[in-house]
Ligand binder design. Structure first.
Ligand code: ZN
Ligand code: ZN
Length: 109
């Protein structure tokens, strides 16, 4: 999978030995697939994601691009002012580097 922000090929990262996510080695962005919602729940991200959907706004000048669907992603803001992008095609989520630093699970080891 290519990074929505910089098109670098993403690498799989094991989080807390329970889930595997895609992280960009270039810009540090993180992609969560739709099927990983249980993992989102486990990581305590559910409230963040739920608040964001439905409150679309523009938070950066160049939006992220879903290379799987070849479409622009929707910029959203969830709980705790966490900003992320959502693809309305495959429902994939993209978090910029730093946006998930408030969540212990994403602190670099
Ligand atoms: Zn990237
Ligand atoms: Zn997509």
């Amino acid at each position: 999978m290519k990074c929505p922000a910089c098109t670098t090929e993403m690498a799989e990262v094991n989080i807390q030995h329970t889930v595997v996510i895609d992280r960009c080695p270039q810009c540090g962005g993180v992609v969560l697939d739709k099927g990983e919602s249980e993992m989102i729940e486990a990581l305590g991200l559910a409230h963040v994601v739920e608040e964001g959907v439905g409150s679309a706004h523009q938070h950066r000048t160049t939006s992220a691009h879903c290379h799987e669907c070849d479409k622009e992603m929707v910029a959203l803001r969830g709980a705790g002012e966490v900003e992320y992008d959502w693809c309305d095609g495959c429902e994939r989520l993209f978090f910029d580097r730093g946006e998930l630093s408030a969540f212990g699970a994403f602190v670099d080891s």
